[in-house]
Every structure is written in structure tokens, then in C-alpha cells.
Design a protein around this ligand. Structure first.
Ligand code: MN
Length: 747
């Protein structure tokens, strides 16, 4: 056995409370652990348990618990709980290592390297659970936290270690402050004991609840304990009498059985007293006998024996064998009237049912010994499947589905803020959804995200248990593409709102500039607009303030000129005579020209419409096109794929169908950019292609692409084409020339 030299000094400090030195105590507790582990699993390698123990001990060396004990005693105790449940090697190793990543400088990779992937996954899971703030007074949040815990663990052993961890923390809670005791107790009742219950672990649940109850309200706990004890003393003889007589009767009927007396747990009694507002005398099942027999048949036989002897209390016979509880619990319950009017409850079950009632999901590891090749996940799924079988005869299948479905086929994903708050989002949600769920400012300013400390793209689909951090940049605004990335309606609505507002503010800006420019051109002073006239304008245009007017100008809904004319100081002279609107000189700057090329375009069903090809996308015959009615400048024709189209179609009513007229021999200029190898003869080959395709080169410019760090050349050409087909033919011929790397159509 290797001895780590670094560990002995710190561990050898004797603690005051214990006559053994700290190191001796630690060794002794560990020896017990190893021994009991081997007694359940003799074929396992104890050296692996020891390796985990020694590593944890060394990492925690010098650390003490609040009680003053060496810290390592805590992981040993957690592991001991699990060994007592007959859990496997991975589970025990995980228990020993469960606080190492959280409390020392060790990272999960180190754990993986030393103890393998399975242990690393489990330790990582426990560490992640430790980072969540689970305490919540809201029942709603508690339920989603419970769901999340079950949804996020890929290995159910993570939960088992966590429950065991909590159990030991509660057992040793005495040295913590009152406040902490209350918090931990409440968290246990909200989260951990319901999970233990869900997993069918009756024994763990019972202990968690009673310890938590004592931690939250020590007086009430003492009071209930006292009442139970009083009742126990008073009825001990009675119960013992019943037990003996029952044993005799069962053996006479040849029903092999153990009969045990059982007292209702303090917390259950407390709940019952509080809920039903009854004195303890009326709690029927305070005292109970439990019969554990060998077979299903004998369970019912035993029930018959009991009812033959003591009259059952009507309505209190429960057959949880035929209809198990949602967590798989099975037993027959009956309450009967004893001689002298003393009621008591009897629970009847088989050994197998008993084991499952006590240990639940943990029971499934007990007999896995030697059975190789079953993954943990498979075991978990089997457990769930078994639950499903148990449930098949349940009275309310809806209830059953709601208890299980959430865990197996959840539509939700549970992620954390860096501070450990749970955020529930629809499945496939992205960091953007997450950002908006925190605050719309966070969503808007989101420029990136880190998930589990690594940068992810914004389209990343969040997974259960991810710790999400949003990277923000003040002043950043969402883009339209985000609408395709988000899953939550909250994010969608916020993004839409922002986009509309941004477009509007852009329109206001444009409208104002346009207004000022027109004013300068018309020499109308606008620094101080006449308020009376302004009010008239607002009324006539149906707007409330100057921004609305600018917005309408910016969107192109109205013209600036007629408005400005009202403010013309010379207006009074020709007051009512509306001057015929001259064609605005700005039209001269528009691409609208009388060029023959425009004859190739037609607005469907209309003649005499000014029409021009938009410069931004320069559509050519054969391409899908769409028209847009401009103010005073005719119809602009864009390629359907033009990036400006979507923005323009903001005003759907201005969209108009257009089509290409019959080919009339016109040609159109198209700008292309060719990335090519830089060698002699390339240009000659390009012109050759154009020549053979009956096209002309209108302009040509070549340069090296060294500014882009390349070793090739870029050739910009303006070429003449008749239509899309000809262009495509030319482009594909150019692409076939050896040395041509890429071709891009610029306009
Ligand atoms: Mn712990």
C-alpha cells in the first residue's frame, strides 16, 4: 500500500473531542467502510476504494467540519450510507470524492484520469447539484427544481450520493447556526425528501424528514416524540400481545412470516395531526404491525387470517399490491379493531416488496453483482420500466403519467444562471431565450454566450444542467435573424418590438434629414416653425407629434414638399392657388432613366408606369423580380433575393407584380469579381470565354490579393449579358478555367 508522505502530518493532529488521534479515527472509519463494502461485494477491488479515499483525504487535509472533526470523515460517512444500501463501487468512489472538486483545487479531468469516466461523470453531477440554490418557499419552484434534478442527472447514482450527503449533513447539523439549520431543513423537505419518495426510498425519506423536522422546529419535534413515546408505553403490552397471537395464528395456517411492531414516524404524525386537526389518540395507524411473508398468495392469506380475528374498520383496507403507489410502493394495508376498542394498522408485504419500499431505486444495485455489461442508464431505464409495469393497473393513469413523463420525456430544459438559479425553458431554447428570460436588457445586449465556461454560438441548443452566462455589449441591439433562433414567445416579442422601434427610429432620422434637405432646397426656414401651422399639419396628416411626421416621411408615406410649402413666408401671396407640383429635382438623381433597358420591364396590367431596375441588386432578365412603388420615382424593380426587399416590403401595399417583357435584344451590365491564381494568360482566357459567349467586357480591372493575405489575383469585370441564362453560362465557363478559385456577382 502506498503511503502519501504529504498526508500524514496534517491528518495526525489529535482532536480534542476524541481520544483517538484524528488520523487514527479516520483510518478506523475507513477500515469499517472497506470491510462492509467487501462483505457485500467480495469480488470488488478494495484498492480502488482505498485509492479514492486516500486521494480525498489528501485533498481535504487540513480542512475541518464545523464540529471540528477532520473533513474527510464526512465523505467516509456518506460512502458508508451507500455501502449500507449495498451500492456499487462507482457509487462509493463518488461518495468519497464528492466534495473534492467543490472544495479543493482539483478539476474533473484529474478525477477522470485517476478514477475513470464513470466516477468523473458522477462526481461532476454531484458538484453541479451542489451549485444550485434549492431553497424556495414557493411550491411551484420546488416542483420544478425536483423535476430538474431528476432530469439533469444522467446517472441516478448522482442523486443517491446527493441524498446520502444530505442525510449525513442533517445528522451532524447540530454545530450549525439556527438559521442554517432551518434553511437546510426546509430545503430537505422541499426538495430532497420528495425525491427520495419519488425514487421509492422509504427509509432514506423517513430519516430525511424526521431530521429536517427536528432541525426546523425542535420544540414541535420534541413534543411529538413525547406524545408518541407516551402512547408507545401505554400500548406496548397490548401490541406485544397482538404480535404474539398473530404469529401463532399465521404459523397455524402455515404462513411463514416475520411480524414487527412499527411506530408512525414523528414527522408523519405531525403532518397528520396538523392536517386533520385531531388528537394523537385518533391516529389509527400510529401503531402498526408489519407482516413480511414469502409470497403474494400469502399476503392475501395473512389478510384473511387478520380479518378473521379482528373486525376491519370499513374503508381502511388498501390494496397497494394490485394498485401500487406511483413510486412503486406495494403492500396491503388494513386497520382493525382490537379487543378493548384499540384500533391498529397492519401492513402486509413480501420480502421483495419490503426491500423496494425501504430502498427503492437503490435496491436495484444490490443484486447486480457479477452481472456485467449493463450500463447504469439501462438500469435506470429498467427501473422506470418496472414502474410502468407496476402502474398498469393504477386507477388514474393520468396521475401516473404526470409523475413519470416529466422525467423521461420532458418538453423542458433546466439550466442555471452562473449563480445557480434554475431557469426553465422550452426544449431547444438558445442562449438568446435564456438572456431574455433574465431581463430584456440582457437579451438585447447579448452578443455571445458561455455554456459551462465555453463560448458557444447563439444558436446553441441548451441542455439540462448547463450553466449559462450571457456575454453582453452595452448598446447592442437584436437582429432579425434572432427571430429564427428563439423558442420562447417572450424573446420573440421583445425582439420584434425592438426591431420595429429601430426601424421607426431610422425612419424618423431619414425623414428629418429629408425634411431639412428639402427645406434648404426650397429656401424655407424651419429653425422656428409656426406653431399654428404645425398644428394644422398634424391634424391634416393625422399625427400627434413631429417625430410621427418625420417617421412617415422616412417611410416614404408622405412627401416633404407640400408640408414645407405651408411654412413658406411668401405663401400668403398665392394662398389658395395650389401651384402645380413640379417634378422634384431629386428625381433627377434617381436611377430612373429613359434608357432602352427599362423597356425590358413591365408592370403587370399597367402601361405608362415609370420603371427602373434597382441599383442595389441590378436584376437581369430571367431573374425573379418584384416591384416596389416609390414616392414620385416610379416603380423600383428588385431581384427577389435582394437583401433590401425584405425591408422595403415593410409596407406591403406598395409591393407590385412586375415581369420581364419579351426579349428585345437589350443587354445589361453585370459586375463580377473573380478570384484566381496569379499567372500569365489568365486574362486572355477570360476574354476568350466572353467572346465565345457573345458577350462584351465593358470594363476590367485586375489586382493582386496580397492585402487579403493571398497569393492570387482578383479580377473585377463589368460584362454585358442579355439575361440570367447567358450570365450563368458565362459564369460556369469561367469557373471551369484552371486556376479560377471563386467567382462572385457583385451587382
Ligand atoms: Mn458533502
Amino acid at each position: 500500500m502506498e503511503i502519501n508522505p504529504g498526508s500524514s502530518e496534517s491528518a495526525s493532529l489529535p482532536t480534542e473531542a476524541n481520544p483517538l488521534s484524528g488520523a487514527d479515527l479516520v483510518e478506523q472509519r475507513y477500515a469499517t467502510l472497506e470491510q462492509s463494502f467487501l462483505s457485500h461485494r467480495p469480488k470488488e477491488d478494495a484498492a480502488k476504494v482505498r485509492a479514492a479515499f486516500e486521494f480525498a483525504r489528501d485533498q481535504h487535509s487540513g480542512q475541518a467540519r464545523k464540529s471540528g472533526e477532520p473533513y474527510i470523515l464526512h465523505p467516509i460517512a456518506v460512502a458508508q450510507n451507500l455501502v449500507d444500501m449495498h451500492m456499487d463501487l462507482v457509487c462509493v468512489e463518488t461518495a468519497l470524492l464528492h466534495d473534492v472538486v467543490e472544495d479543493t483545487g482539483i478539476n474533473i479531468e484529474e478525477i477522470r484520469r485517476r478514477f475513470g469516466n464513470e466516477v468523473a461523470v458522477c462526481v461532476d453531477g454531484v458538484t453541479k447539484l451542489g451549485k444550485i440554490h434549492l431553497y424556495s418557499r414557493e411550491e411551484q419552484q420546488a416542483e420544478s427544481v425536483r423535476k430538474m434534478l431528476l432530469a439533469m442527472v444522467s446517472d441516478i447514482r448522482v442523486i443517491l450520493v446527493k441524498l446520502s450527503d444530505r442525510l449525513h449533513n442533517l445528522r451532524t447539523i447540530g454545530s450549525l447556526s439556527r438559521e442554517k439549520q432551518t434553511r437546510i431543513g426546509q430545503e430537505t423537505l422541499d426538495i430532497y425528501s420528495p425525491i427520495a419518495h419519488r425514487l421509492g426510498m422509504g427509509k432514506v425519506r423517513a430519516e430525511l424528514e424526521d431530521l429536517a423536522f427536528a432541525a426546523i422546529d425542535p420544540e414541535a419535534h420534541q413534543d411529538i416524540l413525547g406524545q408518541i413515546e407516551h402512547k408507545r408505553k401505554a400500548s406496548q403490552e397490548f401490541l406485544e400481545g397482538i404480535r404474539k397471537s398473530l404469529e401463532q395464528k399465521l404459523s397455524r395456517e402455515a404462513i411463514p412470516a416475520r411480524v414487527e411492531g412499527r411506530l408512525k414516524r414523528p414527522y408523519s404524525v405531525y403532518l397528520k395531526l396538523r392536517k386533520q386537526k385531531i388528537p394523537i389518540e385518533q391516529v389509527y395507524d400510529l401503531l402498526a404491525l408489519r407482516i413480511v411473508t414469502d409470497s403474494l398468495k400469502n399476503c392475501y392469506a395473512a389478510l384473511g387470517v387478520i380479518h378473521n380475528e379482528w373486525p376491519p374498520i370499513p374503508g381502511r383496507i388498501k390494496d397497494f399490491i394490485a394498485m401500487p403507489r406511483p413510486n412503486g410502493y406495494q403492500s396491503l394495508h388494513t386497520s382493525v379493531m382490537g379487543t378493548g376498542g384499540q384500533a391498529f394498522e397492519v401492513q402486509i408485504r413480501t420480502e421483495e416488496m419490503h426491500r423496494l419500499a425501504e430502498e427503492g431505486v437503490a435496491a436495484h444495485w444490490k443484486y447486480k453483482e457479477g452481472r456485467k455489461g449493463k450500463s447504469t442508464e439501462e438500469q435506470y431505464v429498467n427501473w422506470m420500466r418496472q414502474l410502468v409495469e407496476w402502474q398498469q393497473e393504477m386507477r388514474d393513469p393520468g396521475e401516473f403519467m404526470s409523475t413519470l413523463k416529466v422525467d423521461l420525456y420532458s418538453d423542458e430544459v433546466y439550466v442555471f444562471t452562473p449563480k445557480g438559479k434554475v431557469v426553465v425553458l422550452p426544449r431547444e431554447s438558445t442562449p438568446i431565450d435564456f438572456g431574455y428570460s433574465i431581463h430584456s436588457d440582457v437579451g438585447n445586449a447579448c452578443v455571445g454566450a458561455k455554456v459551462n465556461n465555453r463560448i458557444v454560438p447563439l444558436k446553441y441548443a441548451l441542455k439540462n444542467g448547463d450553466i449559462v452566462e450571457i456575454l453582453t455589449q452595452p448598446g447592442h441591439m437584436p437582429s432579425k435573424d434572432w427571430l429564427g433562433l428563439v423558442k420562447t414567445s417572450k424573446a420573440r416579442n421583445k425582439i420584434k418590438g425592438i426591431i420595429n422601434a429601430t426601424e421607426r427610429s431610422k425612419a424618423i432620422e431619414i425623414g428629418e434629414k429629408y425634411f431639412e434637405k428639402e427645406a434648404r432646397r426650397l429656401s424655407i426656414p424651419i429653425s422656428k416653425l409656426d406653431e399654428g401651422i404645425l398644428a394644422e399639419v398634424f391634424a391634416d396628416y393625422g399625427v400627434g407629434k413631429i417625430e410621427d411626421l418625420f417617421a412617415n416621411l422616412g417611410y416614404g408615406k408622405i412627401e416633404a414638399r407640400p408640408i414645407l410649402m405651408r411654412f413658406d413666408p411668401n405663401r400668403s401671396a398665392n394662398e389658395e392657388s395650389k401651384a402645380p407640383e413640379p417634378i422634384p429635382s431629386s428625381a433627377a438623381q434617381t436611377p430612373f432613366d429613359k434608357d432602352a433597358k427599362n423597356l425590358a420591364l413591365r408592370v403587370k396590367g399597367l402601361n405608362d408606369v415609370m420603371i427602373y431596375r434597382a441599383l442595389c441588386c441590378n436584376p437581369i432578365p430571367g431573374e425573379a423580380i418584384v416591384g416596389y412603388i416609390t414616392r414620385g420615382k416610379g416603380v423600383a424593380v428588385h431581384s427577389v433575393s435582394c437583401s433590401n426587399v425584405q425591408n422595403l416590403m415593410y409596407e406591403v401595399e406598395r409591393k407590385i407584380d412586375v415581369e420581364w417583357a419579351k426579349p428585345g435584344g437589350e443587354s445589361f451590365d453585370v459586375q463580377v469579381s473573380i478570384m484566381t491564381d496569379d499567372r500569365p494568360g489568365m486574362l486572355a482566357q477570360f476574354t476568350q470565354v466572353l467572346f465565345s459567349e457573345n458577350s462584351n467586357i465593358r470594363s476590367l480591372e485586375a489586382r493582386g490579393d496580397d492585402e487579403r493575405g493571398g497569393d492570387g489575383a482578383i479580377v473585377e469585370m463589368k460584362i454585358e449579358v442579355r439575361d440570367k441564362r447567358q450570365l450563368e453560362k458565362i459564369l460556369s465557363a469561367l469557373r471551369r478555367i484552371p486556376g479560377v478559385r471563386d467567382i462572385e456577382r457583385k451587382s
